[in-house]
Design a protein around this ligand. Structure first.
Ligand SMILES: Cc1cc2nc3c(=O)[nH]c(=O)nc-3n(C[C@H](O)[C@H](O)[C@H](O)COP(=O)(O)OP(=O)(O)OC[C@H]3O[C@@H](n4cnc5c(N)ncnc54)[C@H](O)[C@@H]3O)c2cc1C
Length: 474
């Protein structure tokens, strides 16, 4: 009997497993594939994800594998510099191959004690009042108290639950792969530059070891479960560029579409959905993996609280209440960005106008804060602007705040030196520091780094400790 079974060891599942292990939850991750994905998709980790990784002491481990870029040019690929003084100690983009980030997160989860079983998929689920029975491909049946479907856009768990996935189907599809080429580099560069004026997305770029990364629009929308062939690439290159550049010897071939969908519900009883299983959208702006990792951060401590027995009644439902609107907003911004990439005169005129508007610092900042997810403010009710927002990595007497959040507990950051976390001290740390870099007397942070309370009054603090951390232990 496990506490939680996670279907899928992608970035979302691996991150969730690690978050649950911080609280001693018995976790099994079931992954359909026998080996981690071999295709190298470079993804961008945005500011909020970098902050979360720093909060768990993982960033230093991940940084050497990636490449830092300015936090700019994300929105519809409109080239503008990063806004001035972006409010984060991690104000950059980290470009990193997806298999590397998944591998590091899986390794971290295993170090913390998560079990990962590869080569078997979840094919059946049945839930009752006590737990969930999970059936795997080989017929084995496992039992857990909760199941989380982190099994990607085609999620079996979501389908088995019968959760609706409304939205728009794919209208276009893009082929993506790595292969060798026969044509000289200069000739490729000249042709690609000419074509990119009209075709989004299209590129052939050296990817190291004599291999080129090739991206080309597909002939139409097909069944994405089937991998494309080298002939598909050759034919599309010839159609669009007039030559197939002599491509041969593929390393891997893949395809992706621009379907945009959001699950109706993130929870049905003891089964929850996170990451691409709950939302899909085109990769413009590079937000999907970031969104999934941030789902995992929001869900992990709440699910752990239920399993440890101290969760307030409605805590688990705040997962959907907080994360569903965030995903809806990401879907909307990708819809807007896709329109801005259209070569039609109308969208191109709007693009020119937005390009002008982005010279206004507030506009540029708003868009970057949206894509990097540092602008998120959860609705925790009336209160100061900081309530519901994430707190940056402010300076405290021990160094930096995020260095104190590695264990995934709550934290009272107290400049008044007269408050206490009392009977919640088994779940919430208390740091008294009159010099902390805050312009409010005191903040209560949830384990995901969002501000759950701002004030200086013990009675009000106790109410909010109860709201987020349940009944005091004594
Ligand atoms: C071209 C491209 C570029 C992108 N660039 C970015 C970017 O720059 N930044 C960004 O944030 N995002 C980017 N994304 C999106 C990102 O890749 C996804 O959002 C991310 O992989 C979602 O992670 P996940 O863990 O939720 O799902 P997945 O990565 O799909 O992982 C799901 C896992 O579940 C497993 N699985 C499936 N079914 C079962 C089952 N029944 N039982 C057990 N296991 C199962 C799968 O094998 C897989 O390992 C990009 C996507 C594309 C296509």
């Amino acid at each position: 009997m496990f506490d939680v079974i996670i279907a899928g060891c992608g970035p979302t599942g691996a991150m969730l497993a690690a978050e649950l292990r911080l609280h001693g939850v018995r976790v099994l991750v079931v992954e359909k594939e026998t080996e981690p994905a071999s295709y190298v998709r470079i993804v961008g980790l945005h500011v909020r994800s970098l902050e979360l990784l720093a909060m768990r002491g993982l960033l230093d481990r991940i940084l050497p594998h990636g490449r830092r870029r300015p936090a700019a040019g994300f929105f519809a690929a409109i080239a503008k510099p990063a806004p001035k003084d972006l409010d984060s100690a991690y104000a950059y983009l980290l470009g990193i191959p997806q298999p590397v980030i998944v591998g590091l997160l899986e390794e971290h989860a295993i170090e913390l004690g998560a079990q990962v079983r590869r080569g078997r998929a979840v094919v059946g689920i049945e839930q009752d009042d006590q737990g969930v029975t999970v059936e795997l491909t080989d017929g084995e049946q496992l039992r857990s108290r909760y199941l989380v479907g982190c099994d990607g856009g085609r999620s079996t768990v979501r389908k088995l639950l019968g959760v609706g996935f409304p939205g728009e189907p794919a209208r276009t599809e893009t082929l993506m792969g790595e292969m060798e080429v026969g044509a000289p580099q200069e000739e490729i560069a000249a042709t690609v530059n000419a074509i990119r004026e009209n075709h989004h997305p299209f590129w052939l770029r050296p990817a190291g070891n004599g291999v080129y990364s090739v991206v080309v629009p597909a002939a139409g929308v097909s069944d994405r479960a089937v991998a494309p062939t080298l002939e598909d690439f050759q034919q599309q290159l010839r159609t669009i560029a007039g030559t197939d550049f002599g491509v041969h010897s593929p390393r891997w071939l893949s395809r992706f579409g621009d379907a945009t969908r959001l699950a109706d519900r993130y929870r049905v009883g003891r089964v929850l959905l996170a990451g691409d299983a709950a939302h899909i959208h085109p990769p413009i702006g590079g937000q999907g993996l970031n969104l999934g990792v941030q789902d995992a951060f929001n869900l992990g401590w709440k699910l752990a609280a239920h399993i440890r027995g101290w969760a307030p009644e409605a805590l688990l439902d705040t997962y959907q209440a907080e994360r569903h609107p965030v995903a809806a907003d990401v879907l909307d911004n990708t819809r807007a960005q896709m329109e801005l990439l259209s070569p039609e005169p109308g969208p191109q005129a709007v693009r020119r106008l937005l390009t002008e508007l982005m010279d206004v610092d507030e506009v540029n900042r708003h868009l970057i804060e949206k894509i990097t997810a540092i602008g998120i403010r959860y609705d925790f009710g009336a209160g100061p602007d900081l309530l519901g927002r994430r707190l940056g990595d402010v300076a405290v007497k021990q160094g930096n705040l995020y260095g104190l959040l590695h264990r995934g507990r709550g934290l009272l950051l107290d400049r008044t030196e007269r408050l206490t976390v009392g009977g919640w001290s088994d779940r919430v740390d208390h740091l008294t520091d009159p010099t902390a870099e805050l312009d409010v007397p005191c903040v209560l942070l949830r384990p995901d780094g969002h501000v759950a309370w701002v004030g200086d009054d013990q009675q009000s603090l106790d109410q909010h400790l109860s709201r987020w951390f349940g009944e005091p232990a004594h």
